[in-house]
Design a protein around this ligand. Structure first.
Ligand code: 13P
Length: 285
């Protein structure tokens, strides 16, 4: 069932749980996510980054994700992750994405507001939901890098102004996570998550969630996070499974035999996340 990001995340916000938003780059990842969602009866978000869309092509990703969503027994949204390019955001909307992220977080506040509002006006006119980012989340997500020293936490006062002036549907907040693998254990600012939730009363988004310990994830959800982005942990599962299979079966050359076990491993990791986020059993008809 293909739905908008807002439908999925408003339900999560009202019922106090988080939905996994998993990055897709190819068919096996899409299938692993949908199978995990159906097995655990979880609503889910399939998201593609700018790099993923460049790799596979907007139309390929859009069609694959929409077929998967329409045939799924659970609610599925198709979302653009970290859009910084106006043209690409329009292409995603045109190709049937039901949610887009405009990431103007590197710009000064007023410019971030103006850029986000422009996308909100267009997307809302055609029924597409919008995520934006306020504060700067560290690390590297595909072609976007924020140096550790430049990462800044989201200010609750600014967040209130930002949401009021842009009309955005959900907000990515910087609270101590970073994209990519962690060197030490991330320290999350749970009080900030709670304050922002109380002030905004809308869905909040946590980026850079791979490698964050289960306890921290659960606490972040209890304080108000409703969308949790996972990319690196899926890549790791894929990478490990392919390497192991190839090492153990050096004579196999059928891509299906190599990628099939990787799909299974990714599915296991994804299903665990869905349970951890509190999304399991929350799918509605
Ligand atoms: P990770 O790669 O750390 O899971 O982050 C994913 C993400 O936040 C995508 O926007």
């Amino acid at each position: 069932m293909l739905v908008t990001g807002k439908q999925i995340l408003d339900h999560a916000h009202e019922n106090g749980y988080a939905v996994g938003a998993f990055n897709v780059n190819n068919m096996e990842i899409v299938q692993a996510i949908i199978e995990a969602a159906e097995e655990t009866k979880s609503p889910v978000i399939l998201q593609a980054s700018q790099g993923g869309l460049k790799y596979a092509g907007v139309e390929y990703i859009a069609e694959m994700a929409k077929v998967a969503a329409r045939n799924a027994s659970v609610p599925v949204a198709v979302h653009l992750d970290h859009g910084t390019d106006f043209t690409q955001i329009m292409q995603c909307i045109r190709n049937g994405f039901t949610s887009v992220m405009i990431d103007a977080s590197k710009k000064p506040l007023e410019e971030n507001i103006a850029t986000t509002k422009k996308i909100v006006d267009i997307a809302h006119a055609v029924g597409v939901s919008v995520e934006a980012e306020l504060g700067k989340i560290g690390g590297t997500e595909d072609d976007i890098t924020v140096d550790e020293k430049d990462a800044t936490f989201t200010d609750p006062d600014e967040a209130e102004k930002f949401v009021k002036e842009t009309g955005v549907d959900y907000l990515a907040i910087a609270v101590g996570t970073a994209h990519g693998p962690y060197k030490g254990e991330p320290k999350l600012d749970f009080d900030r998550i709670k304050t922002i939730k109380e002030r905004l009363n809308m869905p909040s988004v946590l980026h850079g969630s791979s490698g964050v310990p289960e306890e921290s994830i659960k606490k972040a959800v209890s304080q108000g996070i409703n969308k949790i982005n996972i990319d690196t942990d899926i890549r790791m599962a894929f990478n490990k499974a392919v390497r192991e299979f190839v090492a153990e079966n050096p004579d196999v050359y059928d891509p299906r035999k190599i990628l099939g076990p990787a799909r299974e491993e990714m599915k296991k990791v994804i299903a665990e996340k869905m349970k951890m986020f509190g999304a399991a059993g929350k799918a509605w008809k």
